[in-house]
Design a protein around this ligand. Structure first.
Ligand code: COA
Length: 283
């Protein structure tokens, strides 16, 4: 496992170092200009690159800005990328930890970002390793996107929230409190809201007020998309329908579970009720 040096950007050179990686990961069409990044850094935002020894090109970077959501300050993490040879190295988590430290110093408790719900690797990273959750789904959030990861499909997103000060988050980052396996969840009798039927999405099931539900997604969505664009669109529409139903019935996705054969599924649970009333009547 290579060692990485995290360099927090405070000047234009630090911000400009992300450009090559942005181009490589997405494409030249969607670059966040380094001048804008620097302005963001000067206003409470965060840019950091991770370097492997003796490699002058950053192995990964993270970029986010200060925002307000639901009347509270939070940090919106707009981009995270790790170069192919360094994936699976732990760098992505190191970058998120540096971002978390920056936010905790500011008194911020939630870091949030949008994520394509069909990207199993990202789901595993965000839910399984960081301990994030989602309770919000957006159709075609960014409109048509020209870059190589997003082109050709509506850019539906889940809004991922990461409670950085929670004990559960600390435990996840330390590798404690690991998510159960998908086989364990199936063994407990948890039903599927959406399940693959071969490489296509099966029909949507009823939720029946279940205490837990599973929602399967393809193991390698980019490969599926390259192979069969029509099938990829079917998955986009099926997961959209599943998430919209689940969110509409006040479920949140709190885990992404994996099976040893590579299958992966979100675990959904009902959100805590927020509509309780306090009895303030004295008589
Ligand atoms: C997202 C990204 C930064 C994560 O970095 P990474 O080094 O790949 O992340 P990690 O390897 O630490 O974590 C990924 C987890 O998913 C798992 N995984 C990999 N492929 C998977 C798949 N097809 N299905 C399910 N899980 C998968 C990994 O095994 C790992 O879990 P584990 O450590 O518990 O085994 C990186 O993949 C990337 O740059 N992707 C392209 C850009 C992007 O999508 N950025 C995020 C949106 S802005």
């Amino acid at each position: 496992m290579p060692e990485f040096r995290i360099e927090v950007a405070h000047d234009i050179t630090g911000c400009a170092a992300t450009v090559a990686l942005q181009e490589k990961t997405w494409s030249g069409d969607v670059i966040v200009p380094p001048q804008l990044m620097l302005a963001v850094v000067h206003n409470g935002g965060f840019v950091a690159c991770g370097y492997a020894a003796e490699d002058p090109i950053p192995a990964g970077f993270v970029f986010g800005f200060l925002g307000i959501h639901d009347y509270h300050f939070r940090h919106h993490s707009h981009m995270l990328a790790v170069r192919d040879p360094y994936r699976g190295s732990g760098l992505a988590q190191q970058l998120k930890e540096a971002q978390r430290d920056h936010c905790l110093d500011q008194g911020i408790e939630i870091v949030a970002w949008t994520m394509d719900p069909l990207e199993a690797r990202n789901a595993r990273f965000n839910f399984g390793k960081l301990g994030a959750y989602t309770r919000t789904y957006y159709r075609d959030f960014y409109g048509a996107m020209p870059d190589k990861l997003n082109q050709g499909l509506p850019s539906d997103r889940i809004y991922v929230e990461w409670p950085i000060g929670h004990d559960r988050t600390y435990k996840r980052l330390r590798g404690e409190d690991r998510a159960p396996s998908l086989e364990d969840a199936e063994g407990e009798g948890i039903g599927y809201l959406l399940r693959a039927d071969g490489d296509r999405p099966g029909p949507l099931a009823e939720t029946k007020s279940a205490s837990h539900l599973l929602m399967e997604i393809p193991r390698a969505f980019q490969e599926l998309k390259a192979r069969d664009a029509k099938r990829a669109l079917e998955w986009r529409l099926a997961t959209r329908a599943a998430f919209e139903r689940a969110v509409g019935e006040a479920y949140a996705a709190v885990e992404f579970l994996r099976a040893t054969d590579g299958r992966g599924a979100y675990l959904l649970v009902p959100q805590p009720r927020r509509d309780f009333t306090l009895d303030t009547d004295d008589e």
